[in-house]
Write a protein that binds this ligand. Structure first.
Ligand code: PEP
Ligand code: MG
Length: 754
């Protein structure tokens, strides 16, 4: 029996022969979709290899470990992978693979670049979905490269995450097989994804996302793509949104490798697709949906003006969600928003309209509200997940949920209307989706992800710190092994008191207030000692204080975000600033000299000077205290040299604010959320400007805005030369890994250039 089959020889019923991916590609070719040609190495070929080479027993023996022990899991994975990579592949199998690639080249009239992808399958459960076994090798050329890539795909069956996932799902390793597809690469000048029906409402609209170059940039989310909507009922283009496309992934002509490049200036704001191309894609999407009888999530590309379909699968939430979308046990997406705090939870909806009905939240309930407020924190601690109508990635609900480790979807616009008390729903806080009923697969994949993230801790030259807002999260934050706290917010502690600082001052209870501050900061500073903890002085806008005792006289401002907050408030109400300084002095006297002071919303060096003068007046020893500023206004960024001259010890980018003030986009307004991008070239230019000057002067630079938790941003910051990155608790491991890789790439590049 041959080890390989052409893709056109298989169809959707051949999942056990060529895996889900191979079967789907074959099926599409057979219904006339323009799929790039190729072949599949069968699952049986893999089985024959491990049996005939005699490594099967050793592999399965190695896998008998406790998968909840990360070290044991990684060791088992390494052992099994090594066996596959070193095992002797029977001559006939190897020959079949090599010959088939050569035949493919003959068909194409030249030696072709191919994509080699794994496609796992289970003997008795051909439909099972296998997370974490999606190894892909792009741009392989020549029979040696192709054969080695096939072998690496086989080995991917034993990645740590794949092993964990199978055990959790109750699959026997012995019964899981792997097929590998080898498919002609499309050298696309443009590509993207499309949904044959609206992914959340199911309406007959084709949604197309498009960017320049290979599709990886759209699939991975590293570029903001153009977005087009086609109404299927009248076949008309309903909407075209042009995004600013900063990067593209292309194949390097010389090396054949995939590389990320800047999009040329004249193409950044240009529509990727013509009307004709949009309609052609939409028509193809409709054909595929009709054929499969279920909405499809499709990857497509254009090469020399020719359309290709690369993949089509049911519109998935996670795993095979579209099937779930129609199934009885639930899984239909009923609401989407911003994935503000990762994790998946299923529970019963409880709508909260204010403090009066917080009691109805019992452990594990899903709290649904317009927007959370500080007095809701105790109820948030009980909630299994949180859904809000309003807000962006840095709103109260988002920040607090992340620290509580509670999944949250914010900015859904209509959560309180769509959902009602008593409904059973599943919230995916990573993907920003809310499903009807209980969706089991989503939960399993999320837990598989967590285990792998904790398994290794690379050492990075760039320091990786963590953001903290609630003392209750101190231990959890310290457990990330972060190099310090890059931002300790005190607003959540103060708002949680229910009384404004002014209340304490007016009542002559300053000492009580100082004690509260000391207590909160101390918990965090002790958990991290001697690593630095940068505590930010108060930065609460007036609208947040008004509802509290003592907040009766807070001014009504048209624009609280541009109003009396941050250092400008503390420099007019110096009584409060002095009290904060007394708290810092007390902490230092307790020996917690790792506490540094960070000033928010600074926009002119005179503010820094006045703040320092007050610190000295309150008896702080500035020689022994790290004092720095948040760079979160373009004003501070563009005058950074004045601050350097005045002796700042560090700066930290508050990109949540820096982005809103640079782009004039309210960070908490879901109506303009699509315009909010920390990767906007203007924001990046300001960041680069500041880092360059600080590096020259030896001033430490950091970031504590939400963007520091995004791998794409972390990578850019390392390239620009930042000293440290402070991420949210849940993002520390991923950011650390991203930074480690970015640093290695820089070193490797330098070595190669030498
Ligand atoms: C920021 O603006 O990026 C920041 C970290 O501060 P906050 O989100 O508290 O305004
Ligand atoms: Mg800020």
């Amino acid at each position: 029996m041959t080890a390989v089959v052409w893709l056109e020889e298989v169809g959707k019923d051949d999942v056990s022969v060529v895996g889900g991916k191979g079967a789907s590609l074959g099926e599409m070719i057979n219904v006339g979709a323009p799929v790039p040609g190729g072949f599949a190495v069968t699952a049986q070929a893999y089985r024959d290899f491990i049996n005939r080479s005699g490594i099967a027993d050793d592999i399965f023996e190695a896998l008998k470990v406790d998968v909840n022990d990360p070290a044991a899991l990684n060791e088992a994975a390494d052992k099994a992978k090594k066996l596959v990579l070193a095992g002797k592949v029977p001559k006939d199998i190897e020959k079949d693979i090599r010959n088939r690639y050569q035949e493919m080249c003959k068909r194409e009239g030249k030696e072709v670049f191919v994509a080699v992808r794994s496609s796992a399958t289970a003997e008795d459960l051909p439909d099972a979905s296998f997370a974490g076994q999606q190894e892909t090798f792009l741009n392989m050329k020549g029979e040696d490269q192709v054969f080695e890539a096939v072998r690496k795909c086989w080995a991917s069956l034993y990645g740590a995450r794949a092993i964990f996932y199978r055990v959790e799902q109750g699959f026997e390793h012995e019964k899981v097989n792997i097929s590998v597809t080898v498919q002609k690469m499309v050298k696309s000048e443009k590509s993207g994804v499309m949904f044959s029906s609206h992914p959340s409402t199911g309406e007959p609209e084709v949604i197309i996302e498009a960017a320049w170059g290979l599709g990886e940039s759209v699939v991975s989310g590293s570029v903001s793509p153009d977005n087009y909507v086609v109404d299927r009922t009248n076949k008309k283009i309903q909407n075209k949104f042009i995004a600013s496309k900063e990067i593209m992934i292309v194949r390097d002509e010389k090396t054949g490798e995939t590389v990320t490049k800047k999009v040329p200036a004249d193409m950044k704001e240009k529509l990727v697709l013509s009307d004709e191309e949009i309609l052609k894609l939409a028509a193809q999407a409709e054909v595929l949906e009709k054929h499969y009888g279920i909405p499809q999530d499709i990857e497509w590309a254009f090469e020399n003006g020719k359309m290709f379909i690369l993949q089509s699968r049911p519109i998935t939430t996670i795993g095979n969600g579209a099937k779930a979308a129609e199934s009885d046990q639930g899984g239909k997406v009923i609401l989407t928003g911003l994935g503000a705090s990762p994790g998946v939870a299923t529970g019963v909806v409880k709508i909260v309209t204010g403090p009066e009905n917080l009691d109805k939240i019992t452990k594990g309930d899903i709290m649904v509200t317009v927007m959370t407020t500080p007095d809701m924190v105790p109820a948030m601690e009980r909630a299994g997940a949180i859904v809000t109508d309003e807000g962006g990635m840095t709103c109260h609900a988002a920040i607090v949920s992340r620290e509580l480790g509670c999944p949250a979807v914010v900015g859904t616009k209509k959560g309180t209307k769509t959902l009602s008390d008593g409904m059973l729903i599943t919230v995916d806080g990573g993907k920003g989706k809310v499903y009807e009923g209980s969706v089991k697969k989503a939960k399993e994949e999320a837990s598989a992800r967590t285990v792998v993230a904790v398994a290794n801790k690379p050492i990075t030259a760039t320091e990786i710190k963590v953001n903290v807002s609630m003392p209750e999260a101190a231990e959890q934050a310290a457990a990330t092994m972060a190099d310090g706290v890059g931002l300790l917010r005190i607003e959540h502690m103060i708002l949680g008191l229910g009384k404004t600082p002014r209340y304490y001052i007016n009542a002559g209870k300053e000492e009580e207030y100082i004690d509260e501050l000391v207590k909160g900061v101390r918990t965090v500073a002790e958990a991290f000692y001697p690593k630095p903890v940068w505590v930010r002085t108060l930065d609460a806008p007036t609208d947040e204080f008004r509802g509290m005792e003592g907040g009766e006289n807070e001014p009504h401002e048209h624009n609280p975000m541009l109003g009396w907050r941050g250092i400008r408030r503390d420099l007019t109400d110096t009584e409060h600033f002095r009290i904060e300084m007394r708290a810092f002095k007390k902490l230092h006297e307790m020996g917690l000299t790792n506490v540094g002071i960070m000033l928010p919303l600074v926009q002119h060096v005179s503010e820094f000077r006045r703040a320092k003068a007050l610190m000295v007046e309150e008896g702080l020893d500035l020689e022994k205290t790290d004092v720095g500023i948040m760079v979160e206004t373009p004003g501070a960024a563009l005058t950074i040299e004045d601050f350097i001259e005045d002796g700042i010890d560090f700066i930290s980018f508050g990109t949540n604010d820096l982005t809103q003030y640079t782009l004039a986009v309210d960070r908490n307004n879901e109506n303009v959320a699509d315009l909010y991008s920390e990767l906007h070239p203007a924001v990046l230019t300001l960041i680069e400007y500041v880092i360059e000057r600080c590096n020259k002067a030896g001033v430490t630079t950091s970031i504590c805005g939400q963007a520091g938790s995004y791998p794409e941003m972390a990578k850019r910051l390392v390239e620009i030369g930042i000293t440290s990155i402070s991420a949210n608790i849940d993002a520390v491991a991923t950011v650390r890994e991203t930074v480690a890789r970015a640093e290695k790439i820089i070193m490797l590049r330098a070595l190669r250039e030498e």
